[in-house]
Design a protein around this ligand. Structure first.
Ligand SMILES: [Cu+2]
Length: 186
């Protein structure tokens, strides 16, 4: 007698909502499973046309483009630390090299994109701009592509030795303000 009264009382006092919820879940579970299985069938290119809002997959192949709006095509990559990474960068714009070129500079974890970008801006857009940077800033560079004019591309390989967040940026004057991102090595 005491037990029968206690169970609904506890339910009401503690988790009324969850008691109701678990009843509903068990009633619907079979139809839910069918629906989920149905939506998983399409693995073809449908997702290629839709901007991906979820976290990127781990990869060792990075493909980037830069456009005349001073934008990279992607700003976040996940890779494995200690493995060879291949990065391809292409300038898909049309503007003249002197006004709109792009590169990719990958920096050590903890490096400041704005400090590096400011110094790169002062160094200008000449072919030896990176050489004009201070020795301390040069030491921050893990790898970099060539400076690419419209239509050009470059491929580099490098290894991110330790897990961490490696910033990257474009070193063309002032481009770091919009052209920067992160490679996270796991
Ligand atoms: Cu750029």
């Amino acid at each position: 007698m005491k037990k029968i009264l206690m169970v609904p009382a506890l339910c009401a006092a503690l988790f009324l909502a969850s008691c109701n919820g678990s009843k509903n879940n068990s009633n619907n579970s079979s139809s839910d499973t069918t629906t989920t299985a149905g939506t998983n069938i399409d693995t073809s290119g449908a997702s290629a046309n839709v901007p991906v809002a979820t976290a990127p997959q781990i990869t060792n192949t990075i493909s980037l483009t830069g456009n005349d709006q001073r934008q990279y095509s992607d700003t976040l990559f996940l890779v494995k630390a200690g493995q060879k990474i291949t990065l391809t960068m292409q300038n898909i714009g049309n503007m003249p090299a002197a006004t709109m070129s792009h590169d990719v500079i990958i920096l050590k974890p903890g490096s400041s994109v704005s400090d590096f970008g400011n110094a790169a801006t002062s160094a200008g857009n000449g072919p030896d701009a990176l050489n004009k940077l201070s020795a301390n800033l040069k030491k921050e560079i893990i790898a970099h592509t060539k400076m690419l004019s419209a239509g050009q591309s470059d491929q580099i390989t490098f290894t991110l030795p330790k897990p961490g967040t490696y910033p990257f940026l474009c070193s063309f004057p002032a481009h770091y303000l919009t052209m920067h991102g992160e490679i996270i090595a796991k």
